[in-house]
Design a protein around this ligand. Structure first.
Ligand code: ZN
Ligand code: ZN
Length: 140
């Protein structure tokens, strides 16, 4: 069984599909239940207030907010697109920037294939289409 260090407490444990040890997962779930319970009695609170009242680390609370497991009043102030800063419901980027990022990736891929001396896809497709169009024209 491969061993790995827990990213939270540093304990050596048998690797699972999570980077934290079972003990820390258990603690986090306990904290989470405590947070939900507290939120039930104190709706529309801030991360700061929850952290102070429950003793749970702000980072943990923010993670749950990002995972949409809990909803807090100041979540919209904390969750902002990493690129343009507009408020988002979850994740790291707004839909607009996510789209831009995807485009940037495909541009990079195009440049890479060009550098490697490969023909861009569009040129290849054009070469295939021309004889096909001519053949169809002759038949008609
Ligand atoms: Zn741990
Ligand atoms: Zn954005």
């Amino acid at each position: 069984m491969p061993l790995t260090n827990c990213v939270r407490c540093g304990l050596l444990f048998s690797r699972t599909n999570r980077p934290v040890c079972p003990e820390c997962i258990r603690k986090e779930e306990e904290n989470f239940e405590r947070a939900v319970e507290w939120l039930r009695n104190n709706p529309r609170q801030t991360i700061q207030a929850m952290s102070e009242a429950t003793g749970i680390e702000k980072g943990d609370i923010l993670k749950w907010v990002r995972e949409k497991r809990i909803v807090l009043a100041d979540a919209s102030d904390l969750l902002r697109c990493k690129k343009c800063g507009s408020p988002i419901a979850g994740g790291s980027f707004c839909d607009h920037c996510k789209l831009g990022l995807t485009q940037a990736v495909s541009e990079t891929l195009k440049e890479m294939s060009h550098e490697q001396g490969l023909q861009p896809l569009t040129e290849k497709r054009g070469m295939h289409y021309r004889p096909f169009e001519r053949g169809r024209g002759a038949r008609a």
